[in-house]
Ligand binder design. Structure first.
Ligand code: PRP
Ligand code: URA
Length: 209
């Protein structure tokens, strides 16, 4: 598996363009991220296996498709991952949730871990890691490694924006983990920010600096 699946739906691209605009308010940014997360969740779960279950409609019995296997796990990379998580839980309310607390040291661009909590049986579930930004990929690589260390074997990574350098590095480190994104932007700048990007996702979501 290499590269990334780009979700090129006009609704996603339209909402993303408004999010990129620096004039968009904190409130607007959060609302749009939640809306986009529904559309991205639809794509990242598109090929989930289904099993047939016997149910009875008011008219007759039928074999009805339902999602097979154990409940999904959504793993949110804090803080900004929570912006995607909220909408995904609207769509898949039964999902279990893991939280991975990481922040990027602004000097070294290396991730610093401060929190981890996940369901016990990660080895039995599909884990979808969510973080809006895949820049250097240092955070995503560390988050996925942590989940693998705790037993996860079936993992997908979902973000809003990716840098080409980040996608390549992530693919190299975790070739078994497919990446889904709304856009692969042009490049990283000297500070490890995605260009043109949208700025700092966490700050724009929460109105911090
Ligand atoms: C942002 C983003 C990713 C990371 C991406 O988080 O949400 O986790 O940077 O950068 P990378 O690919 O170069 O590692 P940040 O560290 O700003 O933390 P925050 O979500 O708490 O604001
Ligand atoms: N983290 C962000 O929030 N934005 C970037 O462009 C890079 C890392």
């Amino acid at each position: 598996m290499s590269g990334a699946t780009v979700v090129n739906h006009p609704l996603v691209q339209h909402k993303l363009s408004i999010m990129r605009d620096k004039a968009t308010s904190t409130q607007g940014f959060r609302r749009l991220l939640r809306e986009i997360s529904l559309l991205l969740c639809y794509e990242v779960t598109r090929d989930l296996p289904v099993v047939l279950q016997t149910i009875e409609t008011p008219i007759c019995e039928m074999q009805a498709p339902t999602i097979a296997g154990k409940k999904l796990v959504f793993a949110s990379v804090l803080r900004a991952g929570n912006g995607l998580l909220e909408g995904m839980l609207d769509l898949v309310p039964s999902a279990r949730v893991a939280h991975i607390g990481l922040y990027r040291d602004p000097e070294t661009l290396k991730p610093v871990e401060y929190y981890f909590k996940a369901p016990e049986d990660l080895n039995e579930r599909l884990v979808i890691v969510v973080d809006p930004m895949l820049a250097t990929a240092n955070s995503a690589i560390a988050a996925v490694q942590k989940l693998k260390d705790r037993g996860a074997t079936n993992i997908r990574f979902l973000c809003l924006l990716a840098a080409p350098e980040g996608v390549a590095k992530f693919n190299e480190s975790h070739p078994d983990v497919p990446v889904f994104t709304a856009s692969i932007d042009e490049k990283l700048n000297d500070h490890g920010y995605i260009v043109p990007g949208l700025g700092d996702a966490g700050d724009r979501m929460y109105g911090t600096k």
